[in-house]
Design a protein around this ligand. Structure first.
Ligand code: HEM
Length: 382
């Protein structure tokens, strides 16, 4: 039944559009006794928006079209409602999508570190078949492609499922992810097709690294959307958290460029580079590798400083800072071992996996502070 009168009601907690005719018909008895707005406010507390959304699907009598602005930045619900059992399904869906995308990133890493990208020379099928010859390299690349397909379906499915229930920054992120998803799928094909004839090195670096960079942005955006949607919570370390997020993002970008420009051993020793604190030759590869190290030391120093100062002052979030520093320490150590062992494969895989884990972790911490123009930040700068 199409609503005859649809009104946008603004309460102190949230706004929504409502089919007044249906509501009046259903609650006319109550409405006689209570003011209209008070009645709606009562309803809003009684039913979480999600319950109402479900209810609206099975009932043709009531149609609530929520503009979910309960939490800040367009989150799906307020803090008080975040424990609601009805959030289990979307939380599980988006959470599994993030976990699967992470696994896909590691799988992609495995493809490139083992040089299996060319083992399926055609695209989208592999050796023209869904069941390609059983060789390790072929199956690594084929599994990566199949996982990519599943991740694409999961990501698009989660977004379609949740799109109408979110607004603000989350909606913006969802739209961006969908756009990037299409791009990354096309780039995935292009990578295979241009890698086969071995085009100009720079074009290859740009294409291959843009594929992984976009995949990384999708992964990070999913985590931001997850945190913005399901958990807000009070935080007081805005400046530090955002700086850390920015630095780690840049460091991951540098790492990806180090890898795809074949600069991994451009500084073949450690802690020095070509036996000097400042490398004697500043070839682009050396510069890139050296900058990657310098940024790693910066992130290391920053997270260590934060942990020490928090412990000394007895400040909050000790656990969070310990985890962050622990991850960075582990990541940097693995980076050093890559150099010392001259690129031992397990270290390469672990370094990639660790990098995305750290990025996801700091993105999760930063999400409450990321706002779109016109929206309000959650807590004061720290
Ligand atoms: C916060 C610390 C660090 C982060 C977040 C980080 C991140 C990354 C990322 C994302 C990659 C690309 C991996 C891939 O595409 O699979 C990478 C590659 C690399 N990183 Fe780091 N890194 C860090 C510290 C270090 C340190 C301290 C070193 C060495 C002293 C190092 C050496 C390398 C090398 C040699 C590569 C290329 C590996 C390859 O060819 O696969 N990294 N890093």
């Amino acid at each position: 039944m199409t609503p005859l009168v649809e009104t946008v009601v603004k309460t102190d907690k949230f706004d929504f559009a409502i089919d007044c005719q249906s509501l009046t018909a259903l609650f006319s008895k109550k409405l006689k006794d209570e003011p209209f707005l008070k009645m709606l406010q009562k309803l809003s507390w009684k039913w979480s928006p999600f319950k109402v959304w479900h209810f609206s699907r099975i009932s043709t009598k009531l149609k609530f079209f929520f503009n979910f602005s309960l939490g800040e930045r367009g989150s799906l619900m307020s803090d008080t409602m975040s424990s609601n059992n009805n959030m289990f399904a979307p939380k599980l869906l988006l959470g599994s999508t993030i976990a699967f995308t992470y696994a896909l990133l590691i799988m992609g890493n495995l493809v490139t570190t083992t040089g299996s990208g060319l083992d399926c020379p055609d695209w989208p099928l592999c050796h023209g078949s869904f069941n390609p010859p059983k060789q390790v390299g072929i199956w690594i690349e084929w599994t990566h492609r199949l996982m990519g397909g599943i991740a694409g379906i999961l990501i698009a499915g989660s977004i379609i499922y949740m799109f109408k229930k979110v607004s603000g920054a989350v909606k913006f992120l969802f739209k961006m992810i969908l756009g990037l998803l299409v791009t990354v799928i096309i780039l995935g094909g292009v990578v295979v097709l241009i890698e086969a004839p071995l085009l100009d090195n720079l074009v290859r670096i740009a294409t291959v690294s843009s594929h992984i960079i976009i995949a990384t942005i999708i992964f990070t955006s999913l985590i931001l959307a997850f945190r913005m949607t399901f958990k807000s919570g009070e935080r007081t370390e805005k400046v530090y958290t955002l700086w850390l997020f920015g630095l780690v993002s840049f460091q991951v970008l540098l790492g990806i460029l180090v890898r795809y420009s074949n600069s991994s051993l451009a500084c073949p020793d450690w802690p020095l580079c070509h036996g000097a604190i400042f490398p004697p030759s500043m070839m682009p590869e050396v510069l890139l590798h050296y900058t990657h190290r310098l940024f790693a030391y910066t992130v290391f120093g920053l997270t260590l400083w934060k942990l020490v100062s928090t412990v000394r002052s007895g400040g909050e979030n000790k656990l969070i800072h310990s985890i962050t520093f622990g991850l960075v320490l582990m990541q940097a150590s693995i980076g050093v071992f890559i150099v010392l062992t001259k690129m031992f494969l397990p270290f390469l895989i672990a370094h990639g996996a660790g990098a995305f884990l750290i990025l996801g972790w700091v993105a999760f911490q930063a999400a409450p502070y990321l706002v779109l123009p016109g929206e309000t930040a959650e807590s004061p700068a720290g």
